[in-house]
Every structure is written in C-alpha cells, then in structure tokens.
Write a protein that binds this ligand. Structure first.
Ligand SMILES: [Fe+2]
Length: 203
C-alpha cells in the first residue's frame, strides 16, 4: 500500500488573493509531496525491519510514520476544505451542529481562530467530529500528529505552519487566518459532517 499526492480540484491561482499561487504550488507540490514520500519510505523501512527481524529503529520509524502520514492526511483534507467560491457562513445541519456545540457560528470562529493563532511552533487548528459524545470539538494540533482526541475525525483544518503563509503574509499570522476564512468551502465541510456523524462511536 503506498500513498499518492492527490491533484488539486482547482488551479493554482484559484484561491488568490487570499492564498497566492506561489505558496499553493510550493505547499502542494513540495511540502505535501514530501509527506507522501516520507510515509511511503517509512512503510518500506518497516517492511525491511520485519524482513530482517531488525527492530532497532522501531521507535524512530513509528514516530516518522505518525508524522508523515498525518501530514499527508491533513494536507489532503486542507485542499478539499478550500475553494475559490468559499467564505461566508455555514448553513443547514452543519450550522445547527456548530450552534449546538459552540453556542454560535461566531463563537466557533473565534475559538478556532484563537486556537490557530495560539499554536507555539508548527501545527494546525482543526474542527473535528467526536463520536463518543456526538459533538464537534476544536483541537489545536501540534506538528501534524499531536494533541488531538483519539477517535476524532477532522472535517475542517487550517495549516499554521510557516510554509503555509510566510511568503505572502510574512509574520502577520492574523491576516493569513482572515484570508483563510474567505476561502473555506463550507459545502465540503458540511458533506464531511454528514458522512462522519453517521459512523459508529470509537468506544
Ligand atoms: Fe502545510
């Protein structure tokens, strides 16, 4: 089983002016591609380790797998969450769920923005479905693989690694987050909620 870099659903200029084509090309074609390659390389090394009965590097390989695979998954989700006709507010069942779990759309947006802005180092903000209580939660994900609830499924993510914004926004993270809200494809998020909320609880 190997992982592949998914094609974007839109062209490189489609998210401008909020996300420049220069960033999108590098972010998708280089950074995301590196996580795909890293996940595949790690799986090959694990296969070699099993073959050779040499698990001396199992700790590092296990960390590498979590890092690269999570990097691939979050980026693939991120591209689907964005779109050229995005922005505005969510509607329908997604809006109802957000209102139920966060009090209001604005309350959710403020918490998600604060989580994104507060990340120390590299990470993501994520809106995730938590199937045990059947609710949406906002997580602050460190790197790609740390600090989220086990069993949750992210349905909306925001990349706050410097590679996601620095070429365009320099150190002004707040403007990147403002730009992001203008390119969120709420229909994609709503479709994801409809799918994952029908799934079984993890425990
Ligand atoms: Fe990224």
């Amino acid at each position: 089983m190997s992982y592949q870099l998914p094609a974007l659903d839109y062209d490189l200029k489609a998210l401008e002016p909020h996300l420049s084509s220069e960033i999108l090309e590098l972010h998708h074609g280089k950074h995301h591609a590196a996580y795909v390659a890293g996940a595949n390389t790690t799986l090959e090394k694990l296969a070699d380790a099993r073959q050779g009965k040499d698990f001396g590097k199992i700790n590092q390989l296990s960390k590498d797998l979590a890092f690269h695979l999570s990097g691939h998954v979050l980026h693939a989700l991120f591209w689907k969450n964005l779109g050229p006709n995005g922005g505005g507010d969510p509607g329908g069942a997604l809006a109802e769920q957000i209102n139920r779990d966060f009090g209001s759309i604005d309350g959710f947006r403020e918490q998600f923005t604060a989580a994104a802005m507060g990340i120390q180092g590299s990470g993501w903000a994520a809106l995730s479905w938590e199937p045990v209580a059947g609710q949406l939660l906002v997580h602050q994900v460190y790197d790609h693989q740390t600090n989220f609830g086990q069993g949750t499924t992210p349905i909306l993510v925001l990349d706050m690694w410097e590679h996601a914004f620095y070429l365009q926004y320099r150190n002004v993270k707040a403007d990147w987050v403002k730009g992001y809200w203008n390119i969120v494809n709420w229909q994609d998020v709503a479709d994801r909620l409809a799918r994952v909320s029908k799934g079984p609880a993890a425990v």
